[in-house]
Design a protein around this ligand. Sequence first.
Ligand code: ADP
Length: 588
Amino acid sequence: MNEGQNSRAGAAELLAAGFRQSDMSLILVQGTGTVVTASRGAEVLLGCEPEQLAGQYLAQRFSDPGALRRLLADQKTGTVGRVQLEARRQDGKLIPVEVSCSRLETGEAPDAYFMIRVSDIRERQHEDELRAARLAKLTLLNQVSEALYGARLNLDQILQAILVCMTAGQGLRFNRAFLLLVDPSTNSLQGRMAIGPSNADEAARIWQDLADQSSDLFGMVTQYDQSVRQTDVAVNEIVRHMSIPMDDEANIMIRIMGQGHVRRIAGDVDQPGVETLRHWLGCHEFAIAPMSTRRGPVGVIVADNAISGTTITDLDLEFLQMFANQSAGAIENSRLHSELSRRLADLHAAHRKQREDQETLLKMERLSVMGETSAIVAHELRNPLVAIGGFARSLTRSIDAGDPNRVAATIIVEEVARMERIIHDLLDFIRPPKMLRTAMVVDEVVAQVVQKFQPRAQEAEVELVSDLQAENLTVSMNPGEIQQVLQNFLVNALQALDGPGRVEVRSRGVDGGVEVTVADNGPGFEPELVEKLQMPFFSTKPTGSGLGLTICAQIVKAHGGVLRAENRADGGAEFSFILPRHKPEEES
Ligand code: ADP
């Protein structure tokens, strides 16, 4: 033998050894159908001892020996033929197999050789089943995403829908599911909602009910409320206890959220938090799936089969993770949606306010035009009224006391006087506020008014007293205007008394300001009128213009103060104003 022949023989031996050890089920047969050699995979599949197949007639190993013979006979070099048969194992059991065969041309040997591969179809059937299960679950995920995104559900409804999908017969089929969400306000993972019956009977009844009522998952989600609400009290009690601080990084749930992968906890897994979870759930095996989006962790779903005791499979986990991702997206979407709705509502409110402001502005513009117009009219009326009044008074004097015309002339005089008063007040009301201010000692300004008013009070038999306690407090004011306010208060008090009585003018320092009060012991006013007293043209007097207090309020407001009207507990009314104290830096 030369060297080349030697190395060829060595390679052939290696090849033969490799063939023998192969896990694939391979059999080398002669054209007669006699087995030359078989791989270990073939021996395992057919349940034979090592080398047991060599020398056997292979067709005998199949339920239809003729079919194998035909396959060999039909095979041309370079082609592969296939047939599905039942192979008989050594123990006599028949298993469905696919036999594929290819003819080998050796060149030297006169006979043909065939390479047969026998594959167990059961494995493929199992794979097909798995594929079908995957497809079914993918279809479900699609339905879930339609249910979660298509409808306008609020956060609670979404959580509920997630839980229904986790446990429904048409869904992921877990017995129970628990949802925990990250709560930024407490920086913790908080149990929010759970679903699951307390026992197997209840479980069967609920899902049967739901399946009867609705054909698809979305229907089930919406039916859920009526059917299941009462039964998941126990699981909701459990979920309420679930609370883990986010900074407890060793805790199994926080870790899984950080890692982003679903996990099945079973057997002797012993990590921080597992025992507590087992205690809460009352079962040993469960799955934890993290829910997160690009913006960060949203929460976790914990699911178990505590009632049926069914093992959680890899496929279950795979879909649980896909489902958790979907759920996280839906939860975030719903949160974003409500955030958006809130902002939209804010925007609407701002828009409404802007419109109102615009309307107010327009109203103010109209009022200002009206004010200017009434000022002109009032001016124009004043002179003719003075003339009418003068003539009417001299006419009255010239008519005899018994003459009926004298009554008419007297009425003209009175009405003209009333009109003059109204015009006087109106002009006061319209006149733009005088802005000149000086720091004045309040008590001095008040004392002057009281002094000037004394004769009028005495004439009306009213005792006018003052109790001025504001000491030397000063207010930056237009003294003429403030005196006008006080005078108005005093006139009103005399009119309210309509005869003898008592009026007291008080002043005192208050927090940051000075208060001046005019109190009388007259009849007071109807409490329900308090809102109206400062409105223009509101008057309970037959000849009142109803502008006095309006002007007072305007002046006080322009001085940065407030005006108050009150009935006194012991009878009578009390009108007061508070003005802010003068701050020396204002003078510059
Ligand atoms: P007018 O004096 O022309 O009626 P005001 O604006 O000064 O207008 O007053 C409005 C109303 O407030 C009065 O008509 C009256 O009903 C009420 N009022 C004012 N002062 C007193 C007071 N001291 N006691 C009771 N009611 C008062």
